[in-house]
Design a protein around this ligand. Structure first.
Ligand SMILES: C[S@@+](CC[C@H](N)C(=O)[O-])C[C@H]1O[C@@H](n2cnc3c(N)ncnc32)[C@H](O)[C@@H]1O
Length: 244
């Protein structure tokens, strides 16, 4: 299996510094509405594709028992810094067995779209299903068609004295593929060194994701848009809830 998350090693530093700034707060707000009010105070939550651990850290501070899982060791290095008391595990979301079950599982900030084919999405859904207790809840968010098409609206650059970071997104409607082209210039020993990297995301229709959830065994499934639950600026992001 291609280690797609290895691409994240290359850009973990920039992701941690620039990319996730406000997202964890909006995601926490969505979880408040869709998940947390249904859980016991000290419920055990697994955050799959936890990245740099910011959401895990916020939930830990609120008393939840959190485990974060991600494939990228460098993303996890930042996660361990950002959320020191949280347990983090390096594993591939398509192929993991922790030997325990959780009351809830999350997979946030369109991590599902980073799985580039339906077979991989189904593998992840199946693993998540197997790691949920009976009546456990899985919550994740994904890009909608409009958030995929409008990806260039979040083009971003940061210029500092010793580093420049540029992120540009584009959407290919035939392949349903978002490409983030990331370019960084870093001043190393008074010489500017250029780094280039690409991160890809596939858009999946809402009904397709629902059918994959059902195929993985989930009973009740539902989705709503950020706009419906008042999550600005994630209005056109889709939030899914699935019960085991
Ligand atoms: C957009 S980031 C989201 C991180 C985090 N959920 C957040 O809210 O910031 C996607 C994450 O998914 C991870 N990832 C992608 N494919 C993976 C896989 N097959 N197994 C485990 N992690 C994976 C990447 O390493 C990256 O940290």
């Amino acid at each position: 299996m291609a280690e797609i998350y290895k691409e994240y090693d290359c850009f973990a530093y920039f992701y941690n510094k620039y990319w996730t700034i406000n997202a964890p707060l909006y995601l926490e707000k969505a979880l408040d509405i869709l998940l947390l009010e249904k859980l016991e105070e000290n419920a055990h939550i697994l955050d799959v594709c936890c990245g740099t651990g910011n959401v895990a850290g916020l939930l830990h501070e609120r008393g939840y028992n959190i485990t974060g899982l991600d494939g990228s060791s460098l993303m996890l290095d930042y996660a361990k810094e950002n959320a020191k008391a949280v347990e983090f595990i390096q594993a591939d979301a398509r192929d993991f067995n922790l030997g325990r079950k959780f009351q809830a599982i999350t997979c946030l900030f369109d991590s599902i779209n980073h799985l580039l084919n339906q077979d991989d999405v189904l593998l992840v859904f199946k693993n998540i299903y197997e790691h949920l207790e009976e009546h456990g809840i899985f919550v994740f968010d994904a890009n909608s068609l409009s958030s995929s098409q409008d990806v260039d609206l979040s083009d971003f650059s940061a210029v500092e004295s010793n580093e420049v970071f540029i992120s540009q997104g584009s959407y290919n409607s035939i392949e349903k593929l978002i490409t983030y082209s990331l370019t960084a210039f870093i001043n190393e020993d008074s010489k500017w060194v250029r780094y280039d990297n690409k991160i890809y995301e596939r858009y999946y229709e809402e009904e397709l994701l629902i059918s994959l959830l059902k195929k993985a065994g989930f009973r009740n499934t539902a989705y709503t848009y950020g706009a419906d639950i008042g999550i600005e600026p994630f209005e056109d992001r889709v939030f899914f809830t699935a019960w085991r």
